[in-house]
Structure formats: C-alpha cells, structure tokens
Ligand binder design. Structure first.
Ligand code: OOG
Ligand code: NI
Length: 267
C-alpha cells in the first residue's frame, strides 16, 4: 500500500485520465479561472461486496494514508452500499467507495462475479497499485451486455475494474464561479453533455450540497472477443453549504448520489 497520500492520488489521476480525455478539457475550462489547477472535492471507486475485494479492502488503502471512515449510505433499488472517508488534512479529496450487494442479484450475475473475482491474485488486493489496477480478468462483450441488462454498475465494473470512476471539482474553491448553474452553463457551452437524471442539479442548499456531472466519455475496451467503445469515467462538480456551526457540510446525500451513479449510463 502507499504511505504517501499525494503519490496515491497522482497515480489515481493518471490512470483516470488515460480513459477520460474530457477531464483535461474540464481543467482547461475551470482550472484557468483560478491561480492553481482545480481543487478536487472527492473521488469515487466501485467494487463488489465479495469478501476478497469488498469496500473495506479498498478503504484499507486510504486508511493507510491517513483517512478516517465517516458516513454510510444505502441504495436499495440499485443494490448498493457505500461509505465515505475524510483525511485529517481537509485539502485532501474526500473518498466515496461503494459496493454491489451481489447476494441480492440473480444467480447468473453471482456466477459471473464469482468468476471475475476468482481471477484476482490474493496479493494484488494489498499491492500499492490495487486502486488503479483496472481489471484482473477477461470478459467477453456478451457477458458485459448480459450484466448491463441487470446492473449497469456490475457491467461497468466488469469492463473497468479498480480505478477512480470520477474526480469532482470543488466549486467553492473556483475563482470565477459561485453558482453550480453557471458551471453547468459553461460546460454545456463548451460542448459537454451533462447527466440529467433527476435534473441537472442534484441536491439543494437545504441539504447543504449541490452536485452535477458530465456523462462518462466513451472509450474503447478490448473485450475477450471484440473491441467496443463503452462509457468510461466522468467529471463531477460539487458546491457545499455551511452547517449551523459555520463549517461546510462534508458528507454526501444519498438521493443525489443515486443519480450520480447514472453518469456511466450509455448516452
Ligand atoms: C458514485 C456516485 C455517488 C456522489 O458524489 O454522490 C457520488 C459512483 O458513481 O460510483 O459520487
Ligand atoms: Ni461523486
């Protein structure tokens, strides 16, 4: 595991950029409006709740570089469970990790996931590069489509594996934008397609968090039988509001997160 939090995030970022070319354009658009490059609010990773690679196995890599467990979230319809983590240094991005509750899925899906997970080398899970190691298995485009019919999340995992599925611009830190609607307009003017599930803006000042996101880039995946372009990763935008104690809210909002997951749906 990494012991240096910055080295971990540098690797996660490079690995994410490799399949998310639009992220560079997001930085050009929003990062140029302030002194530094954009500051990220959080990143997110996905997994299956299999004991070999459940969310706690991913979280261990963040605990090792100074993160602490904070909130937990339930997504009944999507059969997902998630936790978020924060670092003692508030400048470090928060981390959102979810897992698919495989036992609630069909026998066929369980069998496919067991086979994928079975190909992961036990040592790989604690290796320094695990969180940006991608897939550890071969999957056919037919299996991908079969998973897609039941769970978009499972299909995405089968194709992309272990990597950050999004980074998130911290709107509070942007110099030229105060409102999420203005960020969204600038993105649309630059040609980005936004996730409109539940509306372009998810959340509200009342729940202390407003979020929006792009739709994932399409990127080529080499399946075992053929190469096919499918949704890879996306960029999110988050504006946080102060709690009664004056501190910005640091948690997530399950009803909004439920819609953000859909940023990897096909266009
Ligand atoms: C995570 C979706 C939830 C948020 O900020 O609410 C999320 C995912 O797509 O894996 O990132
Ligand atoms: Ni997010």
């Amino acid at each position: 595991m990494h012991t240096d939090v910055n080295a971990l995030f540098d690797n996660l970022w490079q690995n994410y950029l490799a399949v998310t070319p639009s992220a560079v354009k997001v930085h050009e658009l929003l990062g140029s409006t302030q002194q530094d490059d954009v500051i990220n609010d959080h990143i997110a990773l996905r997994t299956f709740n299999h004991e070999k690679i459940g969310l706690e196995k991913l979280a261990a890599h963040f605990l090792a570089v100074g993160y602490k467990e904070c909130g937990e979230y339930h997504f009944e319809a999507k059969k997902l469970y998630a936790k978020h983590y924060e670092h003692s240094d508030p400048k470090q991005p928060k981390v959102f990790i979810s897992e698919l509750l495989v036992e609630q899925c069909s026998e066929q899906l369980q069998a496919i996931v067991n086979e994928l997970v079975g190909s992961i080398d036990a040592d790989a899970v604690t290796a320094e590069n695990f969180l940006y190691s991608g897939t550890h298995w071969q999957v056919s485009s037919e299996t991908y489509k079969q998973l897609l019919a039941e769970s978009e999340y499972a299909a995405w995992m089968s194709a992309w594996g272990y990597r950050a599925n999004h980074f998130t611009v911290n709107i509070n830190e942007l110099a030229k934008f105060d409102r999420i609607e203005d960020v969204n307009q600038a993105l649309k003017d630059a040609g980005f397609a936004l996730n409109t599930s539940g509306g372009e803006v998810k959340g509200s000042p009342e729940v202390l968090l407003e979020q929006s996101s792009t739709l994932a880039d399409d990127f080529a995946v080499e399946f075992s039988d053929t190469t096919m372009s499918i949704p890879s990763c996306f960029y999110e935008f988050a504006l946080r509001y102060a709690q009664p104690d004056g501190e910005l809210y640091t948690g997530f909002v399950a009803a909004s997160a439920d819609k953000i997951f859909e940023s990897t749906n096909a266009r």
